[in-house]
Design a protein around this ligand. Structure first.
Ligand SMILES: Nc1ncnc2c1ncn2[C@@H]1O[C@H](COP(=O)(O)OP(=O)(O)O)[C@@H](O)[C@H]1O
Ligand SMILES: [Mg+2]
Length: 256
């Protein structure tokens, strides 16, 4: 006999030690996400004050309860706008339950043996999704590939908990979204180089955010000394794969 759903989820909530956990009920998969506070570290805020790098705008500090209300409200708002997000199955003050919307995009595109065709299949789908968010006058807040999922041909946005001070311009948050997405692509282990020019042009075509190309270019110029250093053989040799890909992206951005 099946226990009722409420009993099951309360039990999952109590027994799970992690903040996010999946479980099955009647052969269907669900995700339980616990309320937790959002904040940026002090050093993060100091870096931001001095560097003024858009990428590191500190997130708004929220209590766990406020963060949960923010994320679930945003999920509902997105759904009403026609932006694909998982349906909320249940929520209370401590946690909420989402339907499963597949594996996250990062798990597909980071694969060593991924084909070009498949890579751009996913990239194009996420670009369409992110543009849809931006064209609706919204931002994602954590637009890395791991915060999009894919199921049955459809991309979904997840992890919408981060918010920012009201004084922060929407365009800056959208720019940050796009930059986070680009940066997350550098984590791939694919056997071929990504065509970032294509990705940038496509995003701009979809959103008409024409200024972003120049903003990316300026951002890269700000850290051009680091890019220069990263190119020196003795430094390049000691950099990890991720850091190398990071600089590869910024070199491309510098030459836009
Ligand atoms: N509704 C969902 N469907 C499929 N996978 C999910 C879902 N919610 C979360 N996940 C998985 O759990 C991971 C973490 O969830 P996320 O909401 O991003 O929490 P965090 O804030 O800890 O990053 C995601 O990267 C994804 O792999
Ligand atoms: Mg996440």
């Amino acid at each position: 006999m099946y226990k009722n759903f409420n009993e099951i989820i309360l039990n999952e909530y109590k027994k799970s030690s992690s903040e996010i956990t999946s479980f099955f009920y009647n052969d269907k998969k669900y995700w339980l996400k616990k309320a937790r506070a959002t904040k940026s570290s002090l050093s993060h805020k100091i870096y931001y004050k001095f560097l003024k790098l858009e990428l590191i705008v500190p997130v708004e500090e929220k209590t766990a309860k406020d963060a949960l209300v923010f994320e679930t409200n945003k999920l509902i708002k997105f759904k009403n706008l026609g932006i694909e997000v998982p349906t909320i199955i249940f929520k209370n003050e401590e946690f909420f339950i989402l339907e499963d919307t597949g594996k996250n995009i990062n798990s597909y595109i980071r694969k060593r043996d991924i084909t070009k065709e498949r890579m751009y299949y996913f990239i194009d789908k996420v670009l369409l999704h992110l543009s849809n968010i931006h064209n609706n006058g919204e931002f994602h807040g954590g637009a890395q590939a791991r915060n999009f999922t894919y199921k049955d041909g459809e991309v979904y946005a997840i992890d919408l908990e981060d918010s920012f001070d009201n004084s922060i311009d929407l365009k800056l948050l959208q720019f940050r979204d796009f930059l986070l997405f680009l940066l997350s692509l550098t984590k791939t282990r694919a056997s071929f180089e990504l065509d970032y020019n294509y990705i940038i042009e496509k995003y701009i075509f979809l959103t008409k955010n024409y200024t972003f190309k120049n903003k990316l270019n300026k951002l890269a110029s700000k850290i051009s000394f680091l890019i220069y250093l990263s190119d020196k053989k003795f430094i390049n040799n000691i950099l990890g794969r991720d850091v190398k890909s990071f600089f590869k992206l910024f070199k491309i951005l510098k030459n836009l």
